[in-house]
Write a protein that binds this ligand. Structure first.
Ligand code: ING
Length: 308
C-alpha cells in the first residue's frame, strides 16, 4: 500500500510587529482551509509563525521579550487553529517561541510542534543551531539576537512515527548543517519539516547575499538527497518591519529535486503528493548506511580544526 502524504507548505508573508496573534492565527486558518480544499493531510507553517521575527530588535525588558513567547499550546489565541485542525482531520507543524516553566526555572526556546490529525501534539523540537549574536551590535542595520533570546535546544533531533511514516523537524539555521539531516537520517527519517526566517541581507557577511536563495535550496536539497528523505522548507518572508526576507518555500523529494516552490513573498500555499517510499531507492542503495558508511574509519575528521 502506498504511503502518500499530501503536503501543504503554508508560506507566510510579513507579520507586522503590531499584528495581534488573533490576526495571525486567522491567516494560518485561511491557509489551513485552503489546504483542506487541496486535499492536504498535513500543513507546515514557518519558524516563529505567530509573531514578527522579534530577534531583529534589542529589547532590555524581559517582559517585552516574553510577550513574543507562548506559555502553553494550545493557548487562548491558538485554540481556534487546533480546533479547526481536529475538525478538518488536518495535521500541522507550527514554529513558535516557547516559554517553558520548569523545576529549575523559566526557559526560552525557538520551538516547533507536530500535531496529528486528531489535534494531539505528537512531537516537539527546540532549535539547536542558533545563529546571530547575544549582545546588541549597533553597527547592524538590524539585530539577530537569537543567541540572546533563546537557549540551545535540549531535545536533540528526534523522529516520530506519524502520518504513516517517520517524520522529523528542524528550524531555519539547522537546515544549513549536514549533521541535522544525518542525525535524523540515521533514525530512518522519511520527511523533515522545517520553517525559516531568512533575511536577504546578512550583515555579518554581505558578500554572499546574492547567493542567499541558492544556499537556501542547496542546503535542503543536499540534506534530502544524502539521507533519502523529503524536506519541506517553509518561509516567513517579504519585507517585514523594513527587513527583506527570502521566500522560496519548497517541497523537496528524496532525489533532491524541488517538486513545488513558492512564487511570491506573501501568504502562499504550495502542495505536493509526497510518496514516503520515494526515499527507499536511496536508503537501500547509494545511501545504504550499513553497507557503505564507515564512521569507524573517519579518523580525526571529527577533531576541531587545528587540534590534530
Ligand atoms: N535565520 C537565518 C538562516 O539561517 C542566516 C540566519 C541568514 C544565516 C543568512 C546565514 C545567512 O536562514 C535564522 N532564523 O536562522
Amino acid at each position: 500500500m502506498s504511503r502518500v502524504i499530501t503536503l501543504g507548505a503554508a508560506q507566510l508573508g510579513p507579520i507586522a510587529q503590531s499584528e495581534s496573534r488573533q490576526q495571525v492565527v486567522q491567516r494560518l486558518i485561511d491557509l489551513m482551509k485552503q489546504a483542506k480544499t487541496m486535499g492536504c493531510d498535513l500543513v507546515v507553517y514557518p519558524e516563529l509563525a505567530l509573531t514578527t521575527f522579534f530577534p531583529r530588535w534589542y529589547m532590555a525588558d524581559q517582559a517585552d521579550i516574553d510577550a513574543y513567547f507562548e506559555r502553553q499550546l494550545p493557548g487562548p489565541d491558538t485554540q481556534p487553529l487546533f480546533d479547526l485542525a481536529a475538525q478538518l482531520g488536518m495535521g500541522f507543524c507550527l514554529g513558535y517561541g516557547e516559554l517553558a516553566v520548569e523545576a529549575d526555572g523559566v526557559h526560552h526556546y525557538n520551538s516547533a510542534i507536530l500535531v496529528d490529525s486528531q489535534g494531539a501534539i505528537v512531537g516537539k523540537y527546540r532549535k539547536i543551531h542558533l545563529p546571530g549574536h547575544s549582545e546588541p551590535e549597533p553597527w547592524r542595520a538590524f539585530q539577530h539576537l537569537e543567541k540572546r533570546y533563546f537557549e540551545v535546544g535540549n531535545l536533540g533531533f528526534p523522529v516520530w512515527q506519524a502520518f504513516g511514516g517517520t517524520l522529523g523537524m528542524c528550524i531555519c539555521n539547522d537546515r544549513r548543517w549536514p549533521e541535522t539531516y544525518r542525525v535524523m537520517g540515521l533514525q530512518g527519517v522519511e520527511m523533515i519539516l522545517l520553517g525559516y526566517n531568512t533575511p536577504q541581507h546578512n550583515p555579518h557577511d554581505p558578500s554572499s547575499d546574492h547567493l542567499n536563495h541558492f544556499h537556501n535550496h542547496l542546503s535542503m536539497q543536499a540534506g534530502a538527497y544524502q539521507n533519502g528523505t523529503w524536506v519541506v522548507g517553509v518561509a516567513k518572508c517579504g519585507r517585514e518591519e523594513d527587513c527583506d526576507m527570502i521566500g522560496d518555500s519548497a517541497i523537496i523529494a528524496p532525489s533532491g529535486e524541488i517538486v513545488a516552490k513558492a512564487l511570491t513573498v506573501g501568504d502562499e500555499l504550495i502542495v505536493a503528493r509526497c510518496d514516503l517510499d520515494a526515499g527507499k531507492p536511496y536508503k537501500t542503495t547509494i545511501f545504504n548506511f550499513a553497507a557503505h558508511r564507515r564512521p569507524e574509519h573517519y579518523g580525526l575528521i571529527c577533531q576541531p580544526m587545528g587540534t590534530a
